[in-house]
Design a protein around this ligand. Structure first.
Ligand code: CO
Length: 132
């Protein structure tokens, strides 16, 4: 595996309502709710390792996740892959003509560097790259 799966993210309207099922499924604890003002979301991770789930809920009505929920309803939001050098991976993808949402890394949940690949590159599924 070149880039292991880091997490799978599910967009929900209500974080607290979603946590118990994913806690039961993963057998893991939920992290404290973290607010990411730059993305307009609250985030909770449930479980450990590659099978963990990131639950995301919008804060306010004008974030990308709020628009996602309004348009498509709750559901799978993105897959996240773990990369050792995010800047290098972005350069490699750009050289291959892969459309990127983020041309440079930005700060994501748990203060990790992240960048998003445009879903038109990947079968309509948003892809997040997370630096280890
Ligand atoms: Co994520």
């Amino acid at each position: 595996v070149q880039y292991p799966l880091d997490h799978v993210a599910v967009a929900v309207e209500d974080l607290e309502a979603a946590v118990p099922l994913y806690t039961a499924l993963t057998g893991g604890a939920a992290t404290p709710r973290e607010r990411l003002p730059s993305q307009g979301v609250d985030v909770v991770f449930v479980g450990e390792g590659a099978g963990r789930i990131e639950l995301i809920a919008p804060v306010g009505d004008d974030s990308p996740v709020a628009r996602f929920l309004a348009r498509r309803g709750p559901g799978l939001h993105h897959l996240a892959y773990r990369v050792p050098d995010l800047t290098a991976t972005l350069a490699e993808l750009r050289a291959r003509g892969v459309p990127l949402i983020d041309e440079t890394p930005r700060l994501g949940a748990h203060d990790r560097l992240v960048a998003f690949v445009h879903p038109r590159a990947s079968g309509g599924v948003l892809i997040e790259l997370v630096q280890e």
